[in-house]
Design a binder for this molecule. Structure first.
Ligand SMILES: [Zn+2]
Length: 549
């Protein structure tokens, strides 16, 4: 998603206080994630019925197909919020259950063995505390929109609320017939029931979707389908009064689908719906059913910093491209754990940049990457942590510049080191191997190593699993015989970054470039050169760095 929330000042204060107290490493325990253990879901059938004003679910039934992963499973421990459950069936037979602490424990009549398939049917009703946001839109009309990141979907769908627990999903949504409903997947049917003035929509997504990407949106929308040659239909659902902006604001959508299809692989799903409504993020990338912030159209016609190609705010082009890039990275290939979140957010950040590079030109792309570097460097002054963060407890605090901006820069550096051909070949094979599934940072490393023939272990160790960035300082000496010795120092407090760095030597007679290959924090190279007027580090801006005099 596009973040609009920064980590809490309280957390930053605590970190600063701990730094003053001394070493922090022993003070933080490893975050415990809700990983798949005894069982995993394979399919969800979610049927929900709304009341007339979209203020509650008058009834809801979720059928979950699961498979056990070990023997002697006695309890299926679903995550579920506080709506009261009226019944649970296991393979159509009533089962005992208990609700406690956002859990729904279902007792099995007899212990399940490994690889046993079970069907659970859970019936409930009420007003979800979170996850399915029941509110009013800009025009004062009721809406119901899922907004689940990171682990809020269990407030309205019983599940295993972790990104790795992916499953196909069918939504059956019944709402008053003057509303429109949309959900993940392809619409299978819509049936009006004139006697009760309701309609029932059925949407089915056959590809596995992470819990946080399962969504329905119900409201009184201005809707339409974007014109243009697209591999899949692209439609929009926005507040009635903002319908006039939709086609223009979403005009980057089809070009983004085509750009990423060419760079990576065909678009993973059969449709794309673009919704404006209740999300707490700038945009939320739910599989093929993206929800953008209610502020999406604010200052749409007047905001400065406009896209030359689309004549819309650059920020709109950025968020459109970012959420669409997530359809490949985050939605189809999902982070295995929250520590791998950069595989979602760093990719969406970088691929949005690649879209800008293509449409707005290399200068705009450079400016975008500089802005990203600045955000990360500011953040890093307050908090030093690796991208692969196994400690941060609050998942919302992971929406930080390590996962977004620094993650994007890691991809940019890899592209610079490996060259476009090997880099994109590696990205394509990574995607092919892990689409409709999950991936780790090590999976990405393996794919890029195979495509490039390079050993990237030390690069990943330094950039993904450790904190910080290089702080470079250069100097030169006359080495006699028409040569100079250039020294590259790394002055950051922690260990060296060993990737090659290009240095440009500028003399009266012209420029020459040399590649320095650090083995430690100080590297020298002797070059035939007249005394330089300037020595520039990384002239193509391919390394995330600071430079000091
Ligand atoms: Zn994102």
């Amino acid at each position: 998603m596009r973040k609009i929330i920064v980590s809490s000042p309280a957390a930053q204060f605590l970190f600063a206080a701990l730094l003053i107290c001394g070493s922090v490493t022993f003070l933080f325990a490893q975050r415990k994630e809700r990983l798949i253990e005894a069982w995993k879901p394979t399919h969800f059938d979610v049927s929900i019925v709304f009341d007339r004003g979209l203020t509650k679910l008058t009834s809801a039934t979720t059928k979950i197909d699961i498979v056990t992963r070990r023997s002697d499973v006695n309890v299926i421990d679903l995550d579920f919020g506080s709506m009261p459950v009226s019944s649970v069936l296991v393979n159509n037979a009533p089962a005992k259950f208990t609700q406690h602490d956002e859990k729904l424990d279902v007792q099995l009549a007899s212990p399940a063995q490994k690889d046993q398939r079970l069907g659970l049917t859970i019936t409930y009703s009420g007003t979800p505390k979170d996850g399915l946001i029941l509110s009013i839109d800009k025009d004062g009309s009721p809406t119901a929109i899922g907004d689940n990141w990171a682990d809020r979907v269990h407030n309205w769908i019983p599940c295993l609320d972790h990104p790795s627990a992916k499953a196909s999903v069918r939504f059956t949504v019944t709402a008053p017939s003057d509303f429109t409903a949309v959900a993940n997947g392809v619409m299978e049917s819509v049936k009006p029931s004139p006697a009760t003035a309701v309609k029932t929509w059925v949407f089915y997504e056959t590809r596995p979707v992470s819990p946080y990407n399962m969504v329905v949106a119900v409201g009184r929308f201005a809707t339409g389908e974007l014109e243009g040659t697209s591999p899949v239909p692209v439609s929009y659902y926005v507040p009635m009064s903002e319908g006039k902006f939709a086609e223009k604001a979403f005009s980057p959508a089809i070009p983004a689908i085509i750009t990423f299809s060419n760079l990576v692989a065909p678009y993973p799903y059969k449709k794309l719906a673009l919704i404006v409504g209740a999300t707490k993020f700038g945009g939320m990338e739910n599989a093929n059913t993206i929800v953008f912030s209610p502020n999406y159209f604010n200052n749409f016609t007047t905001a400065p910093g406009r896209s030359k190609k689309f004549d819309i705010p650059k920020s709109t082009e950025d968020v459109d491209a970012h959420e669409i890039a997530h359809q490949w990275f985050g939605d189809s290939v999902t982070e295995s754990t929250w520590a791998d979140l950069w595989l979602s957010e760093g990719f969406a950040t970088y691929f949005a940049g690649l879209f800008l590079e293509k449409n707005e030109g290399p200068d705009v792309f450079r400016e975008y990457m500089r802005g990203n570097a600045k955000s990360y460097l500011e953040y890093e002054k307050k908090r030093r942590a690796p991208i692969h963060d196994i400690q941060t407890e609050k998942l919302f605090d992971l929406l930080n510049p390590n996962n977004y901006e620094k993650g994007g820069w890691v991809l940019h550096m890899l592209r610079g080191m490996l060259g476009d051909e090997a880099f994109f070949a590696g990205i394509r094979s990574y995607y092919d191997k892990h689409k409709d599934s999950t991936a780790t940072s090590e999976d990405l490393r393996a794919a890029l190593e195979k495509a490039s023939g390079r050993d990237l272990k030390s690069f990943f160790d330094r950039w993904i699993y450790k904190a910080g960035h290089p702080v470079y300082q250069t100097s030169w000496n006359d080495a006699g015989n028409g040569s100079i010795t250039v020294t590259l120092k790394q002055t950051q407090p922690d260990e060296a970054f060993l990737q090659p760095v290009t240095v440009e030597i500028v003399t009266e007679k012209g420029k020459q470039r040399v590649t320095m290959e650090p083995k430690s924090k100080e590297t020298t190279i002797t070059v035939k050169s007249a005394p330089p007027r300037a020595v520039m580090i990384d002239p193509d801006e391919l390394v995330l760095k600071e430079v000091v005099n």
